[in-house]
Structure formats: structure tokens, C-alpha cells
Design a protein around this ligand. Structure first.
Ligand code: FNR
Length: 443
């Protein structure tokens, strides 16, 4: 079943559809049973027009049946209504996806997500120049193949070792907050899909579900991303809980030191789902403090603090300058994560891929380098690895997979990129990801 099917499925939402109702339906496609729930929650402050709800319902049903929404619906979805003040329509689907490419997946996700949720995930800061540049700049690195290399498909080796974990392929999930924006089970669904795909999950400090629930939902490898709190007791507690829950490394996100300026999301009134909380701080789950009270004056000493409290390796995320990578390593960082936060913090930053090589050169093999921001294809993974990254992390596409396919959708996204990477390796004449170098690129 193609994931983005071009059909003429025209579906209508029930006449008596209300936002306070919960609709469940089962559809029986040719061979596989797909159960879809459209969960709509009541919220006093909700101000969603009936028309938008209908659109969400139609899109959800269409997606569930693999049908294409009418072009008019797509046009409407691309022009989110400012009247939406709460994200309340969440199609909950669990199915594997036959992904053609991740841009088409994003198009389908737009149809099943509320305008607010879509703006939150897909959007970026300011005029979104960095967001666009993150994609464009991959084209600055054309792939230069090796021929007569004597490599068969069965020779391709994607496996890596990363901070003590053996991973079957070098693609991991980036820390992304607030997954209940797109799926009622939030991060529990995402980590389930990640584990099924056999790779590593980075749990955001801004998760909707508490870190313990996320940890309990997986036997796979997992790291915890910390937002330092101004209250050192809160920070210490978060770190101890993460360690006790079995997270094997701590990520310090060094570039999220202020609110991102996602203009569309702000225009929509920041429509978080009704009752949304940052799970790690929720007293009902043993949390405390205020998520928004973040300590932003980070220094290399903070790396030492995290190591002292947890005894775990520390990854510094958000590095774009070679000198900053050096400072972080000298401060005790066990890995460097090159990223511009997917363009979500400061617009005008260079594409992350454009600075990767400089950072790798200064790191000089002392610690692993992880890369994210803009990866949508296997050839992007290939190029990042050829420029010296040891692994890449994926942000938005994972959420789009979650929106369209739930846990299995997440699994499909990761496996799709893995398979595309494998094909890129074969066609480029590269046997092992460890062999990749700038020699495979025309730089
Ligand atoms: C993020 N990102 C992020 N990073 C982080 O360290 N902590 C966080 O809580 C979040 N939250 C977050 C929410 C959403 C909706 C998105 C899309 C992203 C940034 C993320 O880890 C990663 O750096 C980018 O998403 C990578 O870019 P791509 O793959 O989305 O292009």
C-alpha cells in the first residue's frame, strides 16, 4: 500500500461530528487491518471552527484509508486558520508506511495534523532562511562514486558503535519536545517505534510524558536531553531521575538558550493541546520546578556538574563552530552534536551541513560527532557521514511519521532512511559507513 496514494477517495465527515466526540473506526484494506481513532478532547478555551474540525476528520479518514484528500483540502491545510487556539484533532493511527520520500510524508502529515501542530513541528524561526538553507546546502556536496569497487548489496555494513552502544545503522532520533502535539501517547509511541526500528532514542527535556514512562516503554538505547533549570535542585533531580531510569548519556542542548521565534505558531496563539504539561516537571509524576525557568548562562563547568551528578557521558548539542567543539571537549564532553536546531532558534545561522567538516577537523577523532538539521534522504545521511559525522539524528520526519502512522510510522521513517542509505552506499561504491570520507564527495 503506497503511503502517499494518489486516488480519488472522497470521504465525508459525519454530519453530527462535534469536537467533544470521540470517533473510532476500523477499515479493512486489501490485506491488513488498520484501526484508526480520531480522538477529540474538550477544552474550555478551545476555539476551533467546525469547518476545521471537519477538515481534520476528513484528512484523518483519508489518511487512514491511504486515500488522497481533495486538492481543496490541501490548499486549506496550507493556509492555517488563526482561529485555532488549541490542538485538539489527533488522528491516532498505527500502521507501517510505504514511504516514497519524506517530503511526501510531510505533505500527508500536514493533512492529518491540526494547523497548530503542523506549524509547531514544521516551522522554524523568523523568515525560515536557515530552515531552507539546511536543505539547500546538501547540494553543495555532490557525491562522487567509486566504480569497479566489487561491492554487492550483501557487503554493505551500516553498523556503528556509539558511546558504548552497537547500532545497526547510524541514524538516531533527535530530542524533540511535546509529542502529544501529534499523538495522544506522545513520546511513549515514538520510543516504541524507535525501539522497533532498532535504533537510539534521545528523550527531550521538554517531553510531554515523564522520562520514566518513556524509559519504561523501551528496551532500546536511550539518552536524556537536559534543560538546565535555574533551581539547581530541580536540575539535579532531573539528572538523578534520568540516571535511575536507565538513560545512558545526557545531552546538554547548548543552543536553546531562549525562545525560538516560530512566527506561524505564535500567530496561531501557541496552540498546545488541552491540558498539556511538560511531563518531567509534573508533580503528579514526581517532578518539580517550572520547565520555563531555564538556566541559560551555560559554561563548560556545567558539563562537569552533569558528569559529577550522573557519572554518565555528556553530549553537547548545538555546536556550529570548531572552537566551541574544542572548548566542549576540553570541558569533558564525550560527544559533539553539530546542529542548528533545525533552524528553530536563531534564523540566519548557516546550514549545519556547511560547518560540519570544520568541526570534525578540530574534533580530530577525540570524541564522536553527531549531526542533525535538514536530513530528509539517505543521500543526506551519506554526505554527513562522508564529511565526518559518526551518526545523524532526525527531528521533524520522525514526528511526521508519528502523526501519520503512530509507532509504526516512526519505525517506517527510520527504516526508510536506513534503506535509502544502504542503496546510496551500494551505488556510490562504499562498503562500510566507516569507510566514508570526503573522498566520496566533490567538495
Ligand atoms: C526540536 N528540537 C529540540 N532539540 C532539543 O535539543 N530539545 C528539544 O526539546 C527540541 N524540541 C524540538 C521540537 C520540535 C518540534 C522540533 C522539530 C525540533 C531540535 C531537534 O533536536 C533537532 O535539532 C532538529 O529537529 C533537527 O532538524 P530536522 O531533522 O528537524 O531538520
Amino acid at each position: 500500500m503506497p503511503m502517499v496514494r494518489r486516488g480519488n477517495g472522497s470521504l465525508r465527515a459525519p454530519e453530527n461530528f462535534r469536537h467533544s466526540e470521540e470517533v473510532s473506526l476500523s477499515v479493512e484494506p486489501s490485506s491488513r487491518r488498520v484501526v484508526t481513532f480520531l480522538s477529540l478532547r474538550r477544552e474550555e478555551t478551545m476555539n476551533i471552527s467546525r469547518r476545521n474540525l471537519m477538515q481534520g476528520a476528513v484528512a484523518g479518514l483519508a489518511a487512514a484509508m491511504g486515500a488522497r484528500a481533495a486538492p481543496a483540502s490541501l490548499a486549506e491545510a496550507k493556509a492555517p486558520s488563526a482561529s485555532i487556539t488549541a490542538a485538539a484533532v489527533a488522528p491516532v493511527v498505527s500502521r507501517s508506511l510505504d514511504i516514497i520520500n519524506l517530503d511526501l510524508l510531510q505533505e500527508q502529515a500536514r493533512l492529518v495534523m491540526t494547523a497548530g501542530a503542523y506549524a509547531f513541528v514544521a516551522g522554524a524561526s523568523g523568515a525560515e532562511w536557515t530552515l531552507r538553507e539546511n536543505r539547500r546546502a546538501f547540494d553543495d556536496f555532490p557525491i562522487l562514486t567509486h566504480r569497479l569497487a566489487g561491492i554487492a548489496a550483501s557487503d554493505i555494513d551500516l553498523g556503528i558503535d556509539l558511546l558504548g552502544h552497537r547500532l545497526p545503522y547510524p541514524i538516531i532520533v533527535a530530542p524533540v519536545g511535546a509529542h502529544t502535539m501529534v499523538h495522544p501517547d506522545g513520546e511513549v509511541a515514538t520510543v516504541t517505534g524507535t525501539a522497533a526500528a532498532g535504533t537510539l532514542y534521545q528523550s527531550s527535556g521538554a517531553s510531554a510524558r515523564p522520562l520514566e514512562e518513556i524509559a519504561n516503554a523501551t528496551l532500546g538505547p536511550k539518552w536524556f536531553q537536559l534543560y538546565f533549570n535555574t533551581d539547581v535542585g530541580v536540575t539535579r533531580s532531573l539528572l538523578e531521575r534520568a540516571r535511575d531510569a536507565g538513560y545512558s548519556a545526557i545531552i546538554i542542548t547548548a543552543d536553546a538558550i531562549g525562545p525560538g521565534n516560530n512566527e506561524t505558531f505564535i500567530q496561531l496563539g501557541k496552540p498546545f493541546p488541552p491540558g498539556f504539561t511538560f511531563g518531567n516537571h509534573d508533580p503528579r509524576h514526581g517532578g518539580g520546578g517550572d520547565f520555563r525557568s531555564q538556566k541559560i548562562d551555560l559554561t563548560p563547568e556545567d558539563i562537569g556538574f552533569v558528569r559529577e551528578v550522573t557519572g554518565l557521558p555528556v553530549i553537547i548539542k548545538g555546536i556550529l563552530r570548531a572552537g566551541d567543539a574544542d572548548t566542549a571537549i576540553k570541558g569533558g564532553a564525550a560527544a559533539i552534536h553539530v546542529s542548528n536546531h533545525g533552524g528553530r532558534q536563531l534564523d540566519g545561522l548557516p546550514a549545519a551541513i556547511s560547518v560540519l567538516r570544520e568541526v570534525v577537523q578540530v574534533v580530530d577523532g577525540r570524541v564522536p560527532v553527531i549531526f542533525d538539521s535538514g536530513i530528509r534522504r539517505g543521500i543526506d545521511v551519506f554526505r554527513a557521514l562522508a564529511l565526518g559525522a559518526d551518526a545523524v539524528a532526525i527531528g521533524r520526519p520522525v514526528l511526521f511519521g508519528l502523526a501519520v502512522g503512530g509507532p509504526q510510522g516512526v519505525q517506517s521513517v527510520l527504516e526508510h532512511l536506513r534503506d535509502e542509505l544502504s542503496v546510496a552506499m551500494l551505488l556510490a561504491g562504499a562498503k562500510s559507513v566507516k569507510d566514508l570520507s570526503p573522498d566520496y564527495l566533490r567538495t
